[in-house]
Design a protein around this ligand. Structure first.
Ligand code: AMP
Length: 188
C-alpha cells in the first residue's frame, strides 16, 4: 500500500493536483478539509464542533482529524494507496500518522510539497471564494489567519519530513500542467 502526502499552504493547488494524481496513480484521495465540510453540511455534532474553528481560519483538534483518517484507512483496505491532502497539519498529527502506519508495517512513501509565496496564496484564495463559495475563503482576516497558522503550525513539518528523507518540493507557481508534470516525475 502506498501512502503519499500532498503538502502546502492553503491555496497552493493541492485540491486541483490531487484530482489528477489519484486518477493517474489509482489512489484514494483523502482531504480532511472535504471530510470536515461534509460533516458541516450534514450538521453532525462533529461538523458543528468544527464549523466555528474552520470559519475562523483555525485548525480543528488533532484527535478529530486523526480519528477521521483512522476510520477512512480502516474502511478502505482494498485500495492501491492513499493520497493525503491537508493532513497532517501539525507535528502531533504527523507523529500519530507515523505511529498508525508503523503498526501496520507501513510508512509515508513520499511528501510532495507545493511551494508558493504568501501574496499568491492570498490572491488564489480570494479568487476561489468567488468560485466555490467557501466561507473561510471570503474574509481577508480569516485568510490571513490561515496563512499565519500554516507558518506557525504546519510549516515545521517540512523539517520533520526532510529529516526522514521522503520530502520533495515543487514550485507551485507554474501552470497546473507544469506542476502536475513535476509531480508525475516524482511519483513515477
Ligand atoms: P482545507 O480544505 O484543507 O483548506 O481545510 C479547511 C479547514 O479545515 C482548515 O482551515 C482547518 O480549519 C480544517 N482542517 C482541515 N484539515 C485539517 C487538519 N489536518 N488539521 C486541523 N484542521 C484541519
Amino acid at each position: 500500500m502506498k501512502y503519499y502526502i500532498l503538502f502546502g499552504p492553503p491555496g497552493a493547488g493541492k485540491g486541483t493536483q490531487a484530482k489528477f494524481i489519484v486518477e493517474k496513480f489509482n489512489l484514494m484521495h483523502i482531504s480532511t478539509g472535504d471530510l470536515l465540510r461534509k460533516e458541516m453540511a450534514a450538521g453532525t455534532p462533529l461538523g458543528l464542533q468544527a464549523k466555528q474553528l474552520i470559519e475562523g481560519g483555525n485548525l480543528v483538534p488533532d484527535e478529530v482529524v486523526v480519528g477521521m483518517i483512522k476510520s477512512t484507512f480502516a474502511s478502505n483496505k482494498d485500495v492501491n494507496g492513499f493520497l493525503l491532502d491537508g493532513f497532517p497539519r501539525t507535528i502531533a498529527q504527523a507523529e500519530k500518522l507515523d505511529q498508525m502506519l508503523g503498526e501496520q508495517g507501513e510508512k509515508v512513501d513520499k511528501v510532495i510539497s507545493l511551494a508558493i509565496k504568501d501574496e499568491t496564496i492570498f490572491k488564489r484564495i480570494a479568487n476561489r471564494a468567488l468560485i466555490e463559495g467557501r466561507k473561510d475563503d471570503a474574509d481577508p482576516a480569516t485568510i490571513q489567519n490561515r496563512i499565519d497558522t500554516y507558518h506557525q503550525k504546519t510549516e515545521p513539518l517540512i523539517g520533520y519530513y526532510k529529516e526522514k528523507g521522503n520530502y520533495c518540493e515543487i514550485p507551485g507557481e507554474q501552470t497546473i500542467e507544469e506542476v502536475f508534470s513535476c509531480i508525475c516525475k516524482e511519483l513515477e
